[in-house]
Design a binder for this molecule. Structure first.
Ligand code: SF4
Length: 211
């Protein structure tokens, strides 16, 4: 069976789910919430942020670490996440907490710097790059891997997945961001751990469908 291109998958997702959402918040808030959401439901992130107000990097760096841990408690792994948020804030201080200055830096350099911070893996780094730093670096998460696997693409690692998306689409951070939200939507609505193939937009072309 011929496989859909990255663009064809995107078009089908838009048809199925409509206008994609964007990651909410200020650029720094996006960076913080990209850390908070690791291994946690988004609702827990919302709970922590609602109580916190708008996090500011200079204040976070002045805050006693115990207070920071307490603030993010609803998201779990509070010690590790507090340490990571401080690492990110320190890194951001290197750019004078100036998002435009950070955005003026090359994607490769920013990605290297973020991946060099303890607690930041590829998925978190790419989410920060796309949504906060406006760089086209495709976000690959468990939903994306599972969906592509069931669709029969046979990718064996994230490098192949990245190539599939990035070579088939314009290098546009907005499209990458929208695509990520659409894949998330698809994972929640149909292609989760237990797929609900009935009514799925890909059911006629998906070799992994369960009918
Ligand atoms: S048909 Fe089923 S397995 Fe295939 S993409 Fe849809 S929900 Fe996932």
């Amino acid at each position: 069976m011929e496989r859909l291109t990255g663009q064809q998958v995107y078009n089908k997702l838009v048809e199925a789910y409509g206008k994609p959402r964007w990651w909410p918040g200020t650029p720094y808030e996006i960076m913080v919430s990209a850390v908070l959401v690791q291994n946690t439901a988004w609702t827990q992130v919302e709970k922590a942020l609602a109580a916190w107000g708008e996090p500011e990097p200079a204040k976070v760096l002045e805050m006693p670490v115990e207070q920071l841990q307490e603030t993010i408690r609803p998201c779990g792994f509070m010690k590790a996440k507090a340490a990571t948020i401080r690492n990110v804030s320190e890194w951001y201080r290197g750019y004078g907490f100036d998002i435009e200055k950070a955005r003026a830096t090359s994607l490769d350099r920013l990605r290297r710097e973020l991946l060099g911070l303890k607690g930041i893996g590829a998925e978190t780094a790419d989410a920060m790059l796309v949504f906060a730093l406006h760089k086209p670096s495709f976000v690959i998460d468990a939903y994306t891997r599972r969906f592509l696997d069931r669709m029969g693409y046979g990718f064996t690692d994230d490098r192949q997945i990245r190539r599939f998306f990035e070579s088939g689409l314009p290098a546009d951070y907005q499209i990458y961001g929208w695509y990520h939200w659409l894949l998330l939507e698809h994972g929640k609505n149909h292609c989760g751990k237990q797929p609900t193939c009935d009514g799925c937009a890909f059911s006629t072309v998906c070799p992994g469908r369960i009918l």
